[in-house]
Design a protein. Structure first.
Length: 193
């Protein structure tokens, strides 16, 4: 197998970082997604969440919740009206959608993407175990680090969609370790220590 050099690894890493950033900038620039801090407007709602809840203090000093973003009108509703509409919609939603907490086929495809990401990330351990068994000693092959990098990147994208900061931070903390290990592996033989 041909060894990759550091320039190739640096280029691959740059693509993994730059392409999503440029894509996101284009989506914002052309108005296909909301700017950071602004609510998303249908029909292009990447999060597939049912609703946004706003809690405000009324003139009487009581906390009042309004629900917005559940349909195209984006009109705020009170809790009772929102619950009634949600209950009516829930009757028409397939059971699989309710189990997976999604509202559309797009959401279902995101879930499939998340499962694929987890399969890649978990598969790295199976590959490492198999290679170690063949060698009769503990071995960490380069494919382990590539699967770690690809799986972690996919999971980070999935956690951004799910708006789960804990999962995102858990994956990005190891991301730099995977990149650095690939840098060490493919930098060998280039006349550098």
């Amino acid at each position: 197998m041909k060894k990759l050099n550091r320039k190739f690894v640096a280029g691959a890493i740059a693509v993994v970082i730059v392409v999503p950033l440029v894509t996101w900038w284009c989506l914002i620039h052309f108005g296909l997604v909301a700017r950071p801090g602004q609510p998303l407007k249908p029909p292009f709602n990447l999060s597939d969440r049912i609703v946004t809840i706003h809690v405000e203090e009324s003139e009487e000093g009581e906390l009042v919740a309004t629900f917005a973003g559940w349909d195209e009108s984006n009109e705020p509703l009170d809790a009772d009206e929102f619950y009634r509409i949600l209950h009516e919609r829930n009757r028409d939603v397939p059971r699989l959608f309710r189990i997976l907490d999604v509202t559309s086929v797009t959401g279902l495809l995101w879930i499939v993407f998340g499962f694929a990401a987890q399969a890649v990330f978990a598969g790295r351990m199976i590959v490492q175990w198999w290679v170690s068994e063949k060698a009769r000693q503990s071995v960490v092959p380069p494919i382990f680090w590539w699967m770690s990098l690809v799986g972690a990147t996919m999971l980070m994208i999935y956690f951004i969609w799910r708006k789960e900061i804990v999962g995102f931070l858990g994956q990005c903390s190891g991301w730099f370790v995977y990149v650095r290990n690939l840098w060490f592996i493919y930098g060998r033989g280039q006349g550098k220590p």
